[in-house]
Design a protein around this ligand. Structure first.
Ligand code: PLP
Length: 465
């Protein structure tokens, strides 16, 4: 039960009589405040979770989520597979299962990881309740208050509240279009060493990063894995998007380069099948895996056995690579639509990344535009995005935004970006009026210009001047 759901004690505040449930009063909060553990001070709501309540409204075009389009997996198919599970395996599917997951599911995971060139045994795996649980379990296992985590800047907004809840000191390393800057990482590690501090782990989404959409170059992957081995540092490699590639050839995951020595790998069925299943996994060195397993026992005993049976059936009776192929085609089209719409609707000073896969584009607006404020205006125009600050723990990212292109169709993508373009133009005009500078017009791209824009890789950081 959350505070908001707590039944109100009589006479506890001036709400209308008969209200069984209402928001906590100051008195309620004071009463509980003395009881809350200190770690709750670090617990902050995720910007994306907050936005989800608003963006669920049908009139809002949401470019804020990270929602896959599950329409490529037809309802009749789901119904048939679920009926099969209910009919053939209900006794087991409705029962508790092993904490580390069902062996048959692990066989499917081995297949998925092999697709990206990773060789792993069933015993190296722990099935989890989504990839998100891996981040939580890794923090639970390694982080005491004040411990250092090194992450990319920007980082996955969903990891921000997890790091906060464990009171980690998160140091974020800048990226460019080749991913995390390893030279800056080395400098940071040196500095931390001088302060007598060693990071507990380096958290990275090397492929089609959420939120930046960039991919770590091969040479940087090698450098990172070498660095981790030299310094005996753990890496948490978060890889939900590696198989959602729209062009080019795939790069080896860090786990494949390192051979499972220092890399804890996170995978998930959320983006290649369905997030509603809440099934992910981790592959990790055995001593780490054992601790993660203990952490999971305390958290939820096991992940949904029904869901696991469903995935096993799906892998046995459908061609998961075929569904993946359809997803790739669909998302490639949507990515291209969004890139074109951005070129048509954002002012010249704006920049954005051009992801080769995944679900997100990271756009950076002129410095004087604060995207947290802009979101309030955008919502009035019935469009939503994730403000850049959600991807930082230190207040940076104020003029950036994360845009998702997988969750809505092409018409809504065009309309959504046009609405964002409108509120951005208003801000640009306002700034020009206040400063007496000439407003730059939104770029009206011809098809040829749009194609050229699509072919251009835009740096993650704004160029000087
Ligand atoms: C980078 C990254 N890690 C982890 C997750 C969590 O995914 P899930 O818990 O649905 O597997 C997400 C979801 O969007 C993500 O983008």
């Amino acid at each position: 039960m959350t505070i908001d759901e707590t039944p109100r004690a009589s006479g506890s505040g001036g709400e209308s009589p008969g209200m069984g449930r209402s928001r906590a009063t100051v008195r309620d909060l004071e009463r509980y405040a003395q009881l809350f553990a200190r770690r709750t001070e670090g617990m902050k709501s995720s910007a994306m979770r907050d936005l989800m309540a608003i963006t669920a409204r049908p009139e809002i075009i949401s470019l804020a989520g990270g929602l896959p389009d599950t329409s490529t997996f037809p309802a009749e198919d789901i119904a048939e597979l679920m009926a099969r599970v209910a009919r053939d395996a209900s006794a087991r599917a409705l029962q508790y299962g092993p904490t580390d997951g069902m062996v048959a599911l692990k066989t499917c995971i081995v297949e998925v990881m092999a697709e990206e060139g990773m060789s792993v045994g069933e015993d190296d795996l722990l099935v989890t309740t989504g990839g998100q649980q891996v981040i939580d379990l890794v923090c639970k296992t390694f982080i005491d208050p004040g411990d250092v985590i090194v992450a990319e800047g920007p980082t996955y907004p969903g990891a921000v509240p997890t790091f906060g809840a464990y009171q980690a000191d998160v140091v974020q390393i800048e990226m460019d279009t080749d991913g995390m800057r390893i030279d800056l990482l080395e400098q940071t590690l040196e500095r931390l060493e001088c302060e007598g501090r060693t990071p507990k782990f380096i958290y990275t989404v090397p492929t089609f990063q959420n939120p930046a959409g960039v991919t770590m170059a091969l040479e940087r992957r090698r450098q990172l894995v070498r660095l981790a081995a030299q310094r005996e540092l753990l890496i948490l490699e978060d890889n939900p998007y590696g198989l959602l590639r729209y062009e080019g050839s795939s790069l080896p995951p860090l786990y494949a380069l390192d051979g499972g020595e220092y890399v804890i790998y996170l995978g998930t069925f959320s983006k290649i099948l369905s997030p509603g299943l809440r099934l992910g996994w981790t592959a990790a060195p055995r001593p780490v895996l054992e601790k993660l397993n203990l952490g999971k026992q305390g958290a939820d005993l096991c992940s949904s056995t029904f869901g696991q049976h469903f995935v096993i059936e799906y892998f046995a009776r459908r061609d998961w690579r075929d569904v993946l192929g359809k997803l790739r085609k669909l998302y490639r089209r949507r990515r291209d639509t969004m890139l074109e719409a951005l070129a048509e609707n954002l002012p010249r000073e704006a920049e954005w990344t051009r992801p080769g896969g995944g679900l997100f584009i990271w756009a950076t607006l002129p410095d004087y535009i604060d995207t947290t404020d802009l979101l309030a205006r955008a919502l009035r125009e019935h469009v939503a995005f994730v403000p850049g600050r959600a991807a930082y723990l230190d207040g940076r990212g104020g003029s950036a935004m994360r845009l998702n292109f997988s969750g809505v169709d092409e018409d809504d993508l065009r309309e959504g970006v046009a609405r964002i373009g409108k509120v951005v133009s208003e801000q640009v005009r306002l700034y020009s009026t206040l400063t007496g500078t000439e407003p730059t017009r939104a770029r009206r791209a011809t098809p040829a210009e749009s194609a050229a824009a699509s072919a251009r890789i835009v740096p993650l950081r704004r160029r000087a001047g």
